[in-house]
Every structure is written in structure tokens, then in C-alpha cells.
Write a new protein. Structure first.
Length: 322
């Protein structure tokens, strides 16, 4: 049973952070800013708190969650870092990178965090508010993206409120997130490093650091978030559109078309930062106007374009209810 609660909007101040810590220590859920998207955080060592995440999101399956800590030095208690992990951690943490590593024996994590796997996804976020909160909390926080299951990720506290208001104790409002797409996930549990999800850190940078190519996620998908429709707006999305009837999500100028531009100057970083907010907004426009299709300009498949296209493909995929 989901209990209606009054979701408190906490300010990005010492007082707000202290209140968030108190809620988290009490086993409650608080949406927190990271530099990628807002996360729905719970004490990763508290099984009931972690279970409440799935309940609040309405996730039909127990996908494993990302564990957030304030520094790489905190990872050792949770996971086993090899040379590759250390090299990536030194280069990119804090930042928009998640590593899937072998779970440390006796790691103090609730089982639901790893969904019973013998690996764990860990991340050191760079957002200053997330950093302050994690230090003040003093332990690992499990946090998936702070959106109801199958909906668009939240890049502002307002998005969080729209999707999860009344279902969580609080949201720590630090304004819009900078990167705008989720972290890149790299799997390091096998011989070859694997790209499990493209995201805010370009694959090219990771490959340059490792001096090795990332294997694609392959047919036996290990990041369930990769499956099917996951960021679904109500309207039907048409990718790589050339022409047609509907609202446009432009890459470059709208040039007289109706809709929104992700970036006037074809800047992939700007487009990534705008992606989810624009999807929310254009979906609302489509609903208000009774328009059934959103047409999306082609977007280059390089750098952050890969993550943007990945999100758009999932948003365009037939609903699977995940
Ligand atoms: O930017 C982000 O990564 C955001 C912020 C809040 O940190 N978090 C996020 O979490 O996007 P979520 O739960 O929406 O996506 C996490 C992905 C899922 O696809 C999940 O299946 C995968 O990480 N994952 C987690 N643990 C895993 C594991 N042990 N093995 C493989 N995949 C794992
Ligand atoms: Mg998500």
C-alpha cells in the first residue's frame, strides 16, 4: 500500500541538507540532485527504505540500483576495484560515470540494492549538493532516477514533484541538473570492459583512458534499464524524421516549424542538458493540443549524441510498462 504523504521541498542550504539527512536516517525517501539527473535516495543499508524506492517508483521489477558515495575511498567496503576500475575512478570521479563491480563479501548493502546479483553499481557524483549530503549522511545512498517507472527522468525538482509528489518525504531542490542525461554505466565484472548504458560521460573518453574498446552490451543484457520503452511520453515519438504532421523536437533551429529546439547551435552538450525537460514540455504541448506525434530531427551518433539517441529510441519504443 502506498501511503500519501506531504512531500517537503527542502532548500539547498545547510539546514535543508540537515533535514534531508534526518529523513534518510529515519528510512525515508528523499529526491536529491546529482549532476546528471535527480536521484530518489534511500539509505542503502536499510532494506525497508530500499524497498520503498521500488514502491514509490511503481517499478514492476526489482532492477538493481546505483549506490552513491562521496569519494572513491568509500567504495572498498562495498565492491572490489581492479586496475581498470582504479584508473577510471582516478580519471572521472567525481563525475557522471557508474561502474558495475564485483560485490565485496559482507558489504553492508540491502539485498534489494543489488537485486541479488553478485555485482554492484557504484558512483561518486560531482554535484556539490550531493557531495555535501553524502558527507553529512556518512554512508552509501541507493538512488535510481527520481521518476515514476517508465517515465522521463527528472532534471528539476518540479519534475520530481510532478512524478513523485505525495509518495516521498522530500525533494532537495538545487535547481536544474547540469548534464541532463544519466551516468554512463561501464561493467567491469568480466574480462572485457562493457558499455552497459551510454550516458553523460562520452564513451570515447572512457576508451581513451582504458586504452581498450568497450564491448557493446551484447544479447544477454545485464542492465535491465536498457530494455524497451523506459522514458515514454504519451505522444508517439518519430525519430530521424524528415517531414510529417506533428510537433517538432528540433536539433538546430525550428525554422518555422512548431515545437521546441533542443539546441539552436547543434551543440550536443546543450541538447543533452535540455533533453528531458523538453520531452516533458513538448509532451504537455502535444496533450494540450491533441497532437499525437512528436517528430525528432536526426541527431549525430557521436559523443553525448549516443546517449541522447539511446534515450530517444527507448522513448519511441512500444510501451512495455517498465
Ligand atoms: O545518472 C544516474 O545514473 C542516475 C543518478 C540518480 O545517479 N541514476 C540512474 O539510476 O539512472 P537508474 O536506477 O534509473 O538506472 C540504473 C541502471 C539500471 O539500468 C540498472 O539495471 C543498472 O543501472 N544496474 C544497477 N546495478 C547493476 C548491476 N549490478 N549490474 C548491471 N546493471 C546494473
Ligand atoms: Mg531510470
Amino acid at each position: 500500500m502506498l501511503h500519501e504523504t506531504n512531500t517537503i521541498r527542502l532548500s539547498d542550504t545547510e539546514r535543508g541538507i540537515r533535514a534531508a539527512v534526518a529523513m534518510l536516517r529515519a528510512g525515508q525517501l528523499v529526491a536529491i540532485p546529482t549532476e546528471t539527473v535527480y536521484g530518489l535516495a534511500a539509505d542503502a543499508t536499510n532494506p525497508r527504505a530500499v524497498a520503498a524506492i521500488f514502491e514509490a517508483k511503481g517499478r514492476p521489477r526489482f532492477n538493481p540500483l546505483i549506490v552513491h558515495v562521496h569519494a572513491s575511498s568509500e567504495i572498498n567496503a562495498l565492491a572490489v576495484m581492479d586496475d581498470r576500475a582504479t584508473r577510471l575512478a582516478d580519471a572521472f570521479w567525481p563525475g557522471p560515470l557508474t561502474l558495475v563491480l564485483p560485490l565485496r563479501d559482507g558489504a553492508p548493502l540491502a539485498d534489494l540494492v543489488t537485486a541479488g546479483l553478485d555485482s554492484v553499481a557504484v558512483r561518486v557524483p560531482a554535484h556539490p549538493t550531493a557531495q555535501k549530503l553524502l558527507r553529512a549522511f556518512g554512508g552509501p545512498l541507493a538512488a535510481p532516477s527520481a521518476n515514476p517507472s517508465g517515465r522521463i527522468s527528472a532534471t528539476t525538482a518540479d519534475h520530481v514533484m510532478e512524478g513523485l509528489g505525495g509518495r516521498i518525504a522530500g525533494v532537495l531542490d538545487a535547481g536544474p541538473t547540469g548534464v541532463g542525461v544519466e551516468s554512463t554505466i561501464v561493467g567491469l565484472t568480466g574480462e572485457r570492459p562493457q558499455l552497459l548504458r551510454p550516458g553523460g560521460l562520452p564513451v570515447e573518453a572512457i576508451e581513451a583512458c582504458l586504452g581498450d574498446q568497450l564491448a557493446g552490451a551484447g544479447p544477454g543484457i545485464t542492465a535491465p534499464g536498457q530494455l524497451g520503452s523506459h522514458y515514454a511520453p504519451d505522444a508517439h515519438l518519430v525519430l530521424n524524421a524528415a517531414n510529417g504532421e506533428g510537433l517538432w523536437l528540433a536539433f538546430g533551429p525550428l525554422a518555422g516549424r512548431r515545437g521546441l529546439s533542443l539546441t539552436e547551435s547543434r551543440d550536443l552538450v546543450e541538447a543533452a542538458a535540455n533533453l528531458f525537460a523538453h520531452l516533458h514540455e513538448i509532451d504537455a504541448m502535444a496533450r494540450a493540443e491533441g497532437v499525437e506525434r512528436i517528430l525528432v530531427d536526426p541527431i549525430p551518433e557521436t559523443g553525448l549524441g549516443r546517449a541522447i539517441n539511446d534515450r530517444l529510441r527507448r522513448a519511441a519504443a512500444p510501451r512495455r510498462g517498465d
